[in-house]
Design a protein around this ligand. Structure first.
Ligand SMILES: [Fe+2]
Length: 138
């Protein structure tokens, strides 16, 4: 289980979506590491990639809508971080499609995805949570 209790930032909707993201990334990495032919894994790789693209966008939108609602002052900076990462995910998905999903690149992408997610949740999203607690904005 890649999701850990310590990743919880105390905002139920956000925590629930983060857990879903971690679960999906975990599923993705498991699918990639499964023994067997790379080509056999491609349907699952494509499926998860398609889901990630949509879920990342939806989750970031939900998180930003929440930040707007509570008047979070760091929203512009947080949005920029989300946007850069969304662009990265979209660019990778596009390149993979063009290049026929090369295994090393897809593996690297999955690792980056997980590392980014952990870092984002424990650093950037936690700042939002601290603001909520300080301001009593929840
Ligand atoms: Fe975020």
């Amino acid at each position: 289980m890649m999701w850990k209790e310590k990743y919880k930032i105390g905002i139920p909707l956000v925590d629930q979506q983060h857990k879903e993201l971690f679960d999906r990334v975990e599923e993705f990495i498991k699918a990639l590491r499964k023994p067997g032919d790379w080509t056999e894994k491609l349907p699952e790789v494509k499926k998860t990639l398609a889901f990630m693209q949509k879920y990342v966008v939806d989750h970031f939108a939900a998180e930003e809508a929440y930040q707007k609602k509570i008047g979070y002052p760091d929203l512009p900076a947080h949005h920029e971080i989300h946007k850069n990462f969304t662009d990265y995910v979209m660019r990778c998905a596009h390149d993979f499609e063009q290049e026929g999903y090369p295994e090393p690149e897809v593996q690297k992408f999955a690792g980056t995805l997980l590392a980014w997610l952990i870092n984002h949740v424990v650093a950037t999203d936690l700042k939002m949570s601290k603001y909520v607690k300080k301001e009593g904005a929840l």
